[in-house]
Design a protein around this ligand. Structure first.
Ligand code: IMP
Length: 431
């Protein structure tokens, strides 16, 4: 039987997963999203044309691939339909999309609640994307959520009415205008009609594919340190973007999983609140932001920027069983005179290399750095590792050494083709 390969972000999202997914999806039969919703964002360029997706798997532009939204994804139908229609208007037929009947649906009350909850948190706000993601997952676990299958079911009106009445009690208590359920009903019935042709039991579809020896690529959204269980709680998203999310988010057991690619940048960034040990709040942070164009795809917020943190990276490698790394933006750090790499933390005078996502720990730690020479020059045309300047090679080699994980992909520029692929780099799996 064939294996399932997975691409995951290792820090706080926005690592440039799309670039690696694009390459790997060329040899995959299925591209699957298993967690999160339209809080994610990726831009894909095809024949010079830019597509900004928040929900659709990046692999969908490959017409030979079947693109799947698994049961672990939360779906705002309005956003999904806009993305489908934008693709159709550019000549893509979109007859390769499959939506799990078990995925939960985002409603306007989730979006209103996301805003209210953030406002109510005051100084302790999480900095959510305000797309209703958290409140939708809350309903899923509270067992009052409405799933894609329910949108088309005969009792949809009943379920919606119940939820709107209940949510309005909270919405009004916070001094906001109540929502009108009939308006939502009409709108969502239209969405249901448009989405119906794509809905199916994606889990059994994927298992049939595995039996037929077809290959599956699971596309992570967000990243390890935003994980609801393993991230810097409460400054996290409401799902599991880590490896376990693959199993629960599309129904594929862990024994099917083959390669796990961890994607990072040669520096780091974070959007939203929460601790960030290697953050640079001064001039260097501003410089990295400008050089790396670090502004959110989803919310356009300027991203917080800093150095690559190997303590956190080793945690992500351990948690996810990462078999190879992809390091993007080597060209960006190469424009700096000096590059710092965090190799340990100083915690109350003790040198620590074991990460803890505990907030008190993270806010008490200071980074311990090794410094590297920058000024790589233009590396965008380097096609092999050996063509990279010595300083760039030293930086990558040190990351490999301190993580004991091969760096298989190296991003040397913004375009897809500005990527060094080291096919020979493969970790020996202990299985
Ligand atoms: P939520 O997922 O909208 O609830 O936001 C929770 C936290 O996760 C906030 O700090 C967001 O900025 C962050 N977040 C959610 N999705 C992404 C993403 O795709 N990239 C980076 N940060 C994200």
């Amino acid at each position: 039987m064939s294996k399932v390969n997975v691409v995951l972000g290792v820090f706080y999202g926005d690592e440039g997963k799309g670039k690696i997914i694009d390459y790997l999806s060329k040899s995959a039969d299925y591209a699957v999203r298993f967690s999160g919703g339209n809080n994610a964002g990726h831009t894909i360029k095809v024949d010079g044309e830019k597509f900004a997706f928040h929900l659709l798997p990046s692999g969908i532009l490959n017409e030979n691939i079947k693109a799947v939204l698994g049961n672990g994804v939360v779906i705002d139908p309005k956003v999904l339909i806009e993305e489908i229609e934008s693709l159709k208007s550019h000549g893509f037929p979109v007859n390769n999309l499959y939506i799990s009947d078990k995925a939960h649906v985002i409603f306007p009350y989730h979006i209103v609640m996301d805003g209210i909850l953030e406002e109510n948190r005051g100084e302790n706000k999480i900095g959510t994307t305000k797309r209703g993601i958290g409140p939708c997952y809350c309903d899923k676990f509270e067992r009052c959520g409405i799933r894609i299958a329910d949108l088309i079911a005969s009792n949809f009106e009943e379920l919606l009415k119940r939820n709107v009445i209940n949510k309005n009690k909270i919405i009004e208590a916070y001094g906001h205008e109540p929502l009108e359920y009939r308006q939502i009903l009409e709108e969502y019935r239209e969405y249901a009609e448009k989405l119906k042709p794509y809905v199916c039991d994606t889990t059994s579809m994927l298992h049939k594919a595995l039996k037929n020896d077809e290959s599956i690529l699971c596309e992570g959204a967000q990243a390890t340190l935003l994980d609801i269980d393993f991230g810097s709680y409460p400054f996290v998203t409401s799902s599991n973007p880590t490896i376990g999310g693959v199993s629960t988010g599309c129904g594929i057991g862990s024994s099917y999983i083959g390669e796990v690619y961890g994607v990072t940048k040669a520096y780091s960034s974070r959007v939203g609140e929460g601790p960030y040990v290697t953050e640079e709040t001064g001039e260097i942070g501003d410089l990295i932001r400008e050089l790396g164009h670090e502004y959110g795809t989803t919310t356009k917020r300027p991203r917080r920027c800093g150095w690559l943190d190997l303590v956190a990276l080793n945690y992500a490698i351990m948690l996810n069983g990462i078999t190879a790394l992809a390091i993007n933006h080597l060209d960006t750090v190469g424009k700096l005179d000096k590059i710092k790499l965090c190799i340990a933390y100083n915690y109350n005078g003790n040198i620590i290399t074991d990460f803890s996502s505990n907030i008190d720990f993270l806010t008490s730690c200071t980074p311990i750095y090794e410094e590297f020479e920058g000024n790589f020059g233009d590396i965008s045309n380097c096609k092999t590792f050996d063509e990279l300047p010595e300083n760039a090679q030293k930086y990558i080699n040190r990351i490999e050494e301190l993580t004991d994980t091969p760096v298989k992909f190296i991003g040397t520029g913004a375009a897809r083709e500005n990527t060094i692929i080291r096919e020979e780099k493969q970790k020996q799996l202990i299985r």
